[in-house]
Design a protein. Sequence first.
Length: 186
Amino acid sequence: MCQGPNGTKFAASVSNVSFVLPSKALLGAHFAGQSSGVYSPDFPVSPLRWFNYTGSPPNNTAVGNGTKLVVLAFNTSVEVVLQDTSILGAESHPLHLHGFNFYVVGQGVLGTMTRIVIRIDSIWSTRLRGTRLVCPRVDGLPLGVWFMHCHLEVHTSWGLKMAWLVLDGKLPNQKLLPPPSDLPKC
């Protein structure tokens, strides 16, 4: 952690939530039905505190901490708007999304976003230079817990990451398999 003003610690966030790594595996806690105390399923789908993201930063830039997951139904489509807030200055974030194929359906600066469609397969690890806003769309979410994080290590250590929990589907082949019997008990 990095020392912030007035005895606080500096944090980075997604939707005003600085992600805290849990003490137990998220997928294991979900599978066992023991999520209480490990994570909460209430990641905000929009920022908790709105402000002019491209203007001067607000006086209070404090964010909350937590292990909050976005909970999504099996095989749904999701479109996400990622906006750099420029609180400390504009910069590119090489974001990495595990487990998905997705399209970038828009990019630009807030208010001037251009609609484009780019197919990116497998793991996304891209930097869109000169872009302050990007909108990826994910189709057909696979089961499990999937992380999205900034690949700048210091940003990840500050909490610039989030997790998506994709629930079981209705059919037997759409259910999460149990962990292997030889999985180490940590």
